[in-house]
Ligand binder design. Structure first.
Ligand code: BV8
Length: 233
């Protein structure tokens, strides 16, 4: 096995499931009868901003009631102790990786606890409800803020940094994601260009499972700490 120095980790909703946050596919991607793809879009926000704000206000409130689980804690430990390059790319908009202590982290789909002013372009921390005419802390404009979250049809954050990291990776690990959404679902292919080893840790085979050299199926709270212990040993 060639020396592993650079690790890129992709996480999805499955790593936060045991903390009590719903995944997208568990409810067949439905929320209150709406398909997520129909609510998490710029068109939906233009059409019915209150509905979209409510979708995120409910999830933002829920986030304050849950804690990181053993999988988040194990990745934070790996981040702290791994001597080589390491990047955790999360599709999740929750802050559980941060709260577990992760530092080398990139939210490619934005963050639930961040707002974005459509008037002055300011991005700002926001833990409460963003609907109900919240005002931008910088320009004070009411009712012109949106969640700082990447919707379907919008360009994910940090793509250049992610692609550079993938092309340098010796190991790519995908944890708790269904492989249903692009470009994240294509990262395993990019990692393989440079013959990186690829590992999938998930409850069940993802849509891209066949592209991985190794697959471990089980609960993230059990499988991720086990993998981190092996990697740091
Ligand atoms: C873009 C933020 C272009 C919002 C999200 C047709 C073909 C291919 C692509 C497309 C297509 N039509 C449209 C597209 C593009 C589209 C896309 O991929 N659509 C899909 C539906 C086909 N992608 C986009 O629009 C992206 N942007 O392409 O831009 C562009 C280019 C240039 C310039 C401008 C634009 C943007 C996508 C980002 C959308 N935003 N999130 C929010 O959170 O509300 S996506 C959202 O769903 C999540 O962030 C996540 O990324 C994604 C998938 O969710 P997962 O994390 O994988 O969760 P899921 O529930 O699906 O799976 C959980 C897994 O965990 C399961 O496998 C389960 O078994 C496992 N699990 C459960 N419990 C556990 C567990 N594992 C371990 N332990 C457990 N306990």
């Amino acid at each position: 096995m060639h020396e592993i120095d650079n690790i890129v980790i992709l996480t999805g909703a499955g790593i936060s499931a045991e903390s009590g946050l719903n995944t997208f596919r568990a409810a067949d991607g439905l929320w209150e009868g709406h398909r997520v793809e129909d609510v998490a879009t710029p068109e939906a926000f233009l059409r019915d901003p209150d509905l979209v704000h409510e979708f995120y206000d409910v999830r933002r409130k829920r986030l304050g009631e849950v804690e990181p689980n053993a999988a988040h804690v194990a990745l934070a430990r790996l981040d702290a102790e791994w001597p080589g390059e390491l990047l955790i790319v999360t599709q999740n908009v929750d802050d559980l990786h941060e709260r577990a202590g992760a530092k080398r982290l990139l939210h490619m789909h934005g963050e639930l606890l961040q707002g974005w002013c459509l008037r002055c372009d300011e991005r700002f921390g926001w833990a409460g409800a963003l609907g109900e005419g919240a005002a931008c802390p910088r320009c004070q404009t009411h009712g012109m803020v949106r969640p700082d979250i990447v919707w379907f049809g919008e360009m994910p954050y940090g793509m250049e940094r992610i692609e550079a990291a993938l092309l340098e990776a010796d190991l790519f690990v995908s944890i708790g994601t269904s492989g249903a959404v692009y470009p994240a679902a294509g990262f395993v292919q990019t990692a393989k260009y440079r013959a990186a080893r690829t590992l999938e840790i998930n409850l069940e085979p993802s849509q891209g499972s066949i592209f991985f050299d190794e697959r471990r199926f089980g609960l993230a709270s059990a499988e991720v700490p086990r993998w981190v212990d092996e990697t740091l040993f």
